[in-house]
Design a protein around this ligand. Structure first.
Ligand code: DLL
Length: 447
């Protein structure tokens, strides 16, 4: 079902008109209400009323996370805190969190766009939603919650963690839909497997997975191990939270962006130049209708491409590819740019491996070196019959040695850099306990 067909299936020329009208209004709004934007526009010689077309976008200044940090906590809000109904924050790895605010109307919008996303994912009124996203300052839990309720679902606010209890509730309440990070969906799948519960015995039909990067090979794992159709949900706190885009279950080929509210662009990370459709670059969003924290050309750091060909689901909303990585996740190994998702794509092609891996980056003298640690499957592990996969065991066991060398070869072949590959025993790579999973361990910073 399409939750708001009048917008989601709007003819594209009409969508452009709507976006242009809203862009004009929001530029005026921020100019009048947010000193930061007034100064930026004045310095660039931009008169707000002159912004009437999407072609004017490249003239507007980019907003970055550092701008939010520099105006911590509420300095970029366009309304007084007395008009704010809720505050969320995303924890930065360093320093202060990024703080975001919502008026009552923003919260209604938040629920509407998430309801759209859930419907895109296959959810329908009357179904039960098991919501494993964390409740609290993180936008995932409360965001999915309100969207589910608005769609007419019964929402189970489990939050992240306490996997035992999640399995009990999933078994007893028999929800059709689960919302979680992709890595946590795999943690749950593994728990079911260990209890001898088969995918066809699990009530789930649809999984709405996001908040961290994942790949098509991981999707296949989730689909088969939980017996679901998994779709990608994307978003970020600054733009709204979850609800910026979602794949439709009909095509599962790119996430439909709610572009009547969040205007997407893809720009070249090096030059800042706007890129044409289909080209990969950094996603930049302008919020068209938010009141408390409107943002002009917000630099997400996420790498993706945009496409607007018709979709078989009947929606006309443009689609974004899966996120390839973040500009700040990018590793430069001997001059070559590498994203963790590229490594994951190689590993995902091999049936002897589980989706559990991590990448350890270290520095010897001036050279960065990368080690990929990946777990083999239980079946494959049985052939070695050891407690651990030490280097000695791998060296002496022909099948293991061949597997390790094949992975190293494919990595080198597809990415152009050599990485050390270490095979590890099942269950040894840290799992998601509900939150976002950190797959890259950067030991360079520790030196
Ligand atoms: O992660 C919002 C969210 C909650 C999205 C639940 C989806 C589901 P933040 O904590 O502010 O907000 O983190 C935003 O997470 O810039 C991306 O780098 C990453 N991210 C979010 N969704 C995806 C996704 C929430 N589907 C940051 N694929 C973003 C890849 C994602 N990365």
């Amino acid at each position: 079902m399409i939750f708001e067909p009048q917008f989601e299936s709007m003819p594209r020329p009409r969508m452009r008109e709507l976006q242009e009208q809203r862009l004009h209004d929001i530029v005026r709004y921020v100019y009048e209400r947010v000193p930061f934007y007034r100064e930026q526009f004045d310095a660039a010689g931009i008169r707000p009323d002159s912004v009437c077309s999407l072609d004017d976008l490249p003239r507007l200044p980019i907003t970055r996370k550092t701008d939010l940090r520099d105006h911590y906590p509420f300095g970029l809000f366009a309304v007084p805190t007395s008009d704010v109904s809720r505050i969320h924050a995303s924890s930065g790895t360093t320093g202060k969190p990024t703080v975001v605010g919502y008026t009552r109307k923003d919260l209604d919008l938040f629920a509407r766009v998430v309801a759209r996303c859930l419907a895109m994912a296959g959810a329908e009124p009357g179904m039960i939603l098991h919501n494993s996203y964390g409740y609290g300052l993180f936008t995932g839990g409360l965001g999915l919650h309100a969207g589910g309720e608005l769609l007419g679902m019964a929402v189970v606010p489990v939050s992240g963690g306490m996997t035992e209890r999640q399995i009990t509730l999933l078994t007893d309440f028999r929800p059709e839909v689960i919302a979680s990070t992709p890595s946590y969906a795999l943690t749950l799948a593994q728990e079911f497997h260990q209890r001898g519960i088969l995918p066809e015995e699990i009530s789930l039909r649809f999984a709405v997975l996001g908040a961290e990067p994942w790949t098509d090979s991981m999707r296949r794992q989730v689909d088969t191990s939980l017996g679901v159709q998994a779709t990608n949900i994307y978003g970020l706190s600054e733009v709204i939270g979850p609800g910026v885009s979602n794949e439709c279950v009909e095509a599962r080929n790119g996430s439909h962006v709610n572009e009547d509210h969040f205007l997407p662009e893809v720009v070249d990370p090096a030059t800042g130049e706007t890129l044409p459709e289909g080209k990969e670059g950094v996603l930049v969003f302008t919020t068209l209708t938010k009141q408390a924290l409107p943002l002009i050309r917000y630099w997400t750091g996420d790498i993706a491409s945009l496409h607007s060909e018709p979709c078989r689901c009947g929606r006309t909303l443009a689609r974004m590819s899966l996120i390839k990585g973040r500009t700040d996740d990018m590793l430069i190994v001997r001059g070559v740019n590498v994203y963790p998702s590229q490594v994951e794509s190689v590993l995902g092609r091999m049936p002897e491996l589980t989706p559990h891996y991590r990448i350890i980056v270290s520095r010897e003298a001036t050279l960065d070196s990368v080690e990929v640690q990946v777990e083999v499957t239980d079946d494959f592990f049985r052939i070695v019959g050891s407690e651990v996969l030490s280097d000695d065991i791998v060296e002496t066991h022909q099948l293991l040695r061949q597997l390790r060398d094949r992975i190293a070869y494919l990595i080198k072949d597809s990415m152009g850099v050599s990485m050390q590959v270490t095979l590890v025993a099942p269950g040894t790579v840290p799992r998601s306990e509900g939150g976002k999973l950190q797959r890259v361990v950067d030991r360079r910073a520790l030196r």
